[in-house]
Ligand binder design. Structure first.
Ligand code: GLU
Length: 472
């Protein structure tokens, strides 16, 4: 049987990195076996739906180099791939279950349900539907249907025994049937619940491996009972532990937690994000951290996903991103970084801009940092800290060094890096000063700060006029 996995997000127009990690795992499981990776849109909760959300998911996955073999925008043989377009399918299968005695119509009103909830509350018990509608006579049911009484369809759970869920990561889980609620499969508005739709769709779409959040692990007992009721083969379950925010809470849109698009817009490379996310909870057999997608496809074994939740660590992601930025060739790097530079470069030559940006290639953790790093090359005035002012007064040679730099640089005909490097040597010879006292005073005078790129580069980029002015 061909391996087929599916990514099944709700169309909320947002993807936090925990969702994206699930998608990557699903993609890797499929591609490791040369299988298919599907996108299914789970929009049974219509209130959460956002326009353009499907394209947003396609764009996100495309940026991550994850190709969707079948989905709403590239249908295969198993469509439709959007749940709200499959309502007649769910209804047909819900009625089949009623027919087989594994489900029943429930006509209870909101008031009746509220009463049951209150009773359960008083006894400090979780609410379980008491099954009263499963006992209605055939005649009563027909009468109600004829009169258009609103109904839902509920799954009829066994009351004794246990149901087993087998999971690749968590092993064999036993769930006591007595705690299973006669859950709703079809709502009164004709929409299925997630609990029903996921089983129908996974079966009809020939999904072999279901990879999803661990919060669905216990629920899978109910899904297994549905598979059994239909006489269908169950998929392989791979429930993955959660990704927590640095505050120890579940990631969520509401908490403004790491969204893939936010990271992308800040200047994190999708390849770095993918690499980081895969290792968040999964460990490869070989001792290695940096992987291309092809290497991941080859190496990925879901059995090596850990059982405990992982914490999203932006510092580690920055580490990966820095590595990936360094690996870009100059052309790729310049194309990547230029959009993040917001200073006005209209009066500068391309060569000047490229040289400036290239200097910081090995120092950036993400794109948006570039403005702060190159600030000294754009701002008109510089400020020198008290400490640095003190340093400038700390040695009698310093004024001489500064004056010599000024005069020698003023004499230069060619304002280029080699000529400037030569000037530094001349100042060294003329003044007999070397080391920190040779480099620091000029750095501080021209930029205000003691750190920066190689001194000749720094002098060159700040430019003749400004350098001479500041050395005066
Ligand atoms: N729509 C579900 C979610 O976003 C999908 C769970 C699943 O993969 O079955 O959590």
């Amino acid at each position: 049987m061909k391996t087929r996995t599916r990514f099944a997000p709700s169309p909320t127009g947002f993807m936090h990195i925990g969702n994206l990690r699930t998608a990557i795992f699903e993609y890797l499981v499929a591609k490791h076996d040369n299988g298919d990776f599907l996108l299914r849109i789970e929009d049974t909760d219509q209130t959460r739906k956002v326009d353009g959300a499907i394209d947003f998911i396609y764009d996100t996955l495309k940026l991550c180099n994850i190709e969707i073999d079948e989905g709403p925008n590239n249908e295969g043989e198993y469509g439709p791939y959007v749940q709200s377009e499959r309502l007649d399918i769910y209804k047909k299968y819900a009625l089949e279950l009623v027919e087989k005695g594994h489900a029943y119509y429930c006509f209870c009103t909101e008031n009746e349900l509220e009463e049951m909830r209150e009773k359960a509350n008083l006894r400090h018990k979780p609410f379980l539907y008491d099954g009263r509608c499963s006992k209605l006579s055939k005649e009563k049911i027909e009468e109600n249907l004829k009169n258009g009484v609103p109904y839902v369809i509920r799954q009829k759970m066994p009351k004794v025994g246990e149901t087993i869920v087998e999971d690749v990561i968590y092993g064999k889980i036993k769930i006591d049937n007595s705690i299973l609620d006669d859950q709703i499969l079809l709502k009164s508005d004709g929409f299925p619940t997630y609990n029903f739709a996921n089983v129908i769709d996974d079966h009809l779409m020939a999904i072999t491996h279901v990879i999803r959040g661990k919060e669905y692990l216990d629920q899978s007992a109910k899904y297994n009972l549905l598979y059994e009721a239909f006489g269908w083969e169950k998929p392989t379950y791979i429930h993955v532990p959660m990704v927590l925010g640095s505050d120890g809470n579940k990631l969520s849109k509401r908490n403004g937690d790491a969204s893939f698009m936010d990271l992308y817009n800040e200047g994190f490379l999708p390849k770095a994000i993918v690499n980081y996310l895969v290792l968040l909870g999964w460990s490869p057999e070989e001792n290695k951290e940096v992987f291309t997608m092809d290497e991941l496809i080859k190496a990925f074994n879901p059995k090596r996903i850990g059982k405990s939740s992982s914490t999203y660590d932006i510092k580690k992601l920055e580490w990966f991103n820095q590595k990936y930025i360094k690996e870009l060739n100059d052309e790729e790097y310049l194309a990547f970084i230029k959009p993040y530079l917001t200073y006005d470069i209209s009066g500068k030559s391309n060569e000047w801009v490229d040289k400036l940006l290239l200097i910081y290639k090995d120092h950036l953790s993400y794109g948006k940092q570039i403005d702060e790093m190159v600030k000294i090359f754009f701002e008109d005035s510089i400020s020198i800290s008290k400490e640095n002012e003190e340093f400038l007064k700390s040695d009698e040679n310093i004024p001489i060094v500064i004056k010599t730099y000024h005069d020698e640089l003023e004499k230069l005909n060619n304002w280029d890096v080699d000529a400037i490097a030569e000037v530094i040597n001349i100042v060294k010879e003329k003044t007999g000063v070397k080391g920190k006292l040779l480099y620091m005073p000029i750095r501080i005078k021209i930029s205000g700060v003691e750190h920066g790129p190689e001194l000749p580069d720094e002098i060159y980029l700040i430019g003749r006029e400004k350098v001479l002015d500041r050395l005066k």
